[in-house]
Design a protein around this ligand. Structure first.
Ligand code: ADP
Ligand code: ASP
Ligand code: MG
Length: 406
């Protein structure tokens, strides 16, 4: 019997009624002749609520214990979905990530899946059950519970689909596909029928939270096709897959935005070899990921360096940067958290010059100042004032005529 892996995100399992709705959808898949492995996220905002609860326990929050706590969210929804299925006379069993054999490395809170021992899942499927797996969690080589980073149930689903050779990996969410921009911000955004792995990976990494970037990376590496679709309707979704002739594709496929950025500037850094290396090594030692970097022109053998990091890393970054400012003999630093990143993504960009210029022109015409720029073959990103982010996304969506994409 063909096997479907179906992942249901937090908003799709937010209430018991929604869980029952999903249970009847899964029963429908079975009636159509499929075996089903369902992967679930925690109900609604449970993960955020657990994070807030933990913050009340004190300032020192060891990552191992945080993972023990956060993993409980997905266990609740897995058990509730299995209960709802059994109450509809649909045989089902819930499994934690480790019962389902999801092995990971030991990087608590951002663990990577290293392999899946799928015998238990296969045994339950053979017994004609729907297997409901708690997403977002695995087990480290030492036997400790790990979590896979925010949005990590997407990766659980893709990895299970690969391991079980599923016919399809379906990501059910609260929108009916991947759009040319976040449909909550751009009213005339268009649903894409298909998007290449590379473009989806850029969109996701640049803030389109509809897919976790690591899940797309995994799917691209192992050739797993993904369909993103709605838990609440029955319209066909968006297929994320390998697309040939990338350069002949749309010049711009989508606009992404990310408010989770902060900009740190260091002033009057002495212009000598090794300075940038000690700065970024210091941040890397704290596991802080640096995104964009700009080094200004040299004046009197000094220059300014600015870079962006995730807002949530600011509390850990500031002490490191302050220490390095002193050690390097720089004159000072500033941290701006009211910035955001807007990006255009498109595989056809690499063979069409002038796309970046068109982007900058569109932003300038609306009086939006660009603070930093970064480019790759298939994307251009700009750091701007956070207050202007929604306007910027809409302006760029219009500029590249994304309201008429098929
Ligand atoms: P889930 O809880 O199902 O994992 P998420 O909140 O993680 O759902 O992802 C779905 C959300 O992604 C949508 O509600 C939408 O606001 C947002 N989103 C951002 N960019 C896009 C895009 N380009 N296409 C579709 N949705 C997007
Ligand atoms: N519950 C986790 C989160 O909120 C994982 C997920 O939803 O995929 O990030
Ligand atoms: Mg998600």
């Amino acid at each position: 019997m063909p096997l479907l892996v179906a992942k249901f995100g937090g908003s799709s399992v937010a209430t018991i009624d929604k869980i029952k709705n999903i249970a009847s959808r899964i029963r429908g898949m079975r009636q159509e002749g499929h075996q089903v492995v369902a992967v679930v996220s925690a109900m609604g905002d449970t993960t955020d609520d657990l994070l807030e609860l933990a913050a009340q326990a004190g300032e020192n929050l060891p990552a191992r214990e945080m993972d023990m706590l956060l993993a409980t969210g997905e266990q609740q929804s897995a058990a509730l979905l299995a209960l709802a299925l059994q109450n509809m006379d649909c045989p089902a069993i819930s499994l934690t990530g480790w019962q389902a054999g999801v092995r990971s490395d030991a990087t608590h809170s951002k663990a990577r899946i290293t392999g899946i021992d799928n015998q238990r899942v296969l045994k339950e499927l053979e017994q004609n059950k729907v297997v409901v797996v708690a997403g977002f969690q695995g087990i480290s080589p030492a036997g400790d519970v790990t979590t896979l980073g925010r949005g990590g149930s997407d990766t659980s689903a893709v990895a299970l689909a690969y391991s079980l050779k599923a016919e399809r990996c379906m990501i059910f969410t609260d929108v009916d596909g991947v759009y040319t921009a976040d449909p909550r911000i751009v009213k005339d955004a268009c649903k894409l029928g298909q998007i290449a792995y590379e473009e989806m990976l850029e969109m996701a990494s640049l803030g389109a939270v509809v897919m976790q970037p690591r899940a797309v990376e995994f799917a691209m590496l192992y050739g797993v096709d993904i369909e993103v679709l709605s838990s609440f309707g029955f319209a066909p979704g968006t297929i994320i897959t390998e697309v040939g002739n990338m350069e002949q594709q749309r010049i711009v496929t989508g606009v992404a935005h990310d408010r989770n950025c902060a900009k740190i500037a260091i002033f009057d850094v002495p212009d000598r070899p090794g300075v940038a290396s000690s700065l970024f090594k210091g941040l890397a030692e704290e596991r802080i990921n640096v995104d964009m970097v700009i080094q200004g022109a040299t004046r009197h053998e000094h220059n300014d360096i600015a870079f962006t990091i995730e807002s949530s890393d600011v509390p850990r970054a500031l002490p490191v940067v302050k220490r390095l400012v002193e050690e390097m003999g720089a004159s000072g630093m500033a941290c701006g958290e009211r910035v955001a990143k807007v990006s255009i993504v498109g595989a056809g960009m690499q063979s069409n010059p002038g796309v970046a210029a068109a982007m900058f022109e569109a932003l300038a015409e609306e009086g939006i100042n660009i603070e930093m720029i970064s480019t790759s073959e298939i994307k251009v990103s700009c750091i701007i004032n956070e207050e202007q982010i929604e306007k910027a996304v809409n302006v760029l969506h219009r500029k590249f005529s994304l309201d008429s994409v098929e």
